[in-house]
Design a protein around this ligand. Structure first.
Ligand SMILES: Nc1ncnc2c1ncn2[C@@H]1O[C@H](COP(=O)(O)OP(=O)(O)OP(=O)(O)O)[C@@H](O)[C@H]1O
Length: 185
């Protein structure tokens, strides 16, 4: 998820952030829809999931437990009640801080159709842009940062410019207050 050499970030809620780890694997369990169920994936801690065995016939009668349940450990597990803000704070915020120091990072979502990739990534992207541009605006020299504007659609277009140029030339673009439009296709 990230490439980083920094270890300045503090633990977030006891979880080592992406700034301490070169690669971090995080799972988010989404709420079940009404037409889904019963649940077979259970969050047992902030790092562990249990995937239930398929059939009760595999129950270990003597020990009264499901012998084929599988336990999986990750850097962080978010349950169905997790908020976009919590996921952002752990997964993405340290990467934005690193990006401002010139350290590249990446976040990608992987999962079955309907698993919640778009939902989660949309929350991350909106917060990352706000975080990025607020940090640049608060810096001593906002124009020291080069901003790449990128449009993807029928034609792909990109332009390198500066933070102040964007505000000067496109003051009417108030989508997020910084003259940046984020367009997905
Ligand atoms: N954490 C969540 N909390 C509440 N609803 C969620 C959550 N994650 C996903 N959903 C809902 O579940 C549905 C499927 O999510 P989403 O479209 O993000 O899946 P996806 O993995 O991007 O699917 P696909 O690969 O088919 O595009 C959507 O209606 C979305 O709003």
């Amino acid at each position: 998820m990230t490439q980083s050499t920094s270890s300045n970030e503090k633990l977030h809620n006891g979880v080592r952030t992406v700034s301490e780890e070169k690669l971090m694997v995080v799972v988010r369990v989404r709420p079940l829809r009404n037409d889904e169920g019963p649940r077979i994936v259970h969050v047992v801690s902030d790092k562990m999931l249990v995937l239930e065995e398929e059939a009760d016939s595999r129950r270990d009668v003597l020990r009264q437990r499901r012998v084929n349940d599988k336990h999986y450990i990750y850097d962080k597990v978010f349950g169905e009640e997790s908020t976009q803000e919590e996921v952002y704070a752990t997964v993405c915020s340290p990467l934005v801080a690193d990006a401002l120091r010139g350290i590249a990072g990446a976040v990608f979502a992987y999962g079955a159709t309907g698993a919640g990739k778009t939902h989660t990534m949309t929350g991350l992207m909106a917060r990352a842009l706000s975080h990025l541009f607020e940090s640049i605006a608060d810096s001593d020299d906002p124009d020291a940062y080069e901003v790449m504007r990128y449009w993807r659609g029928r034609s792909t277009w990109c332009q390198h410019t500066t933070y102040n140029d964007i505000n000067a030339t496109h003051p009417h673009h108030t989508h997020n207050g910084y003259g940046i439009d984020l367009i997905m296709d």
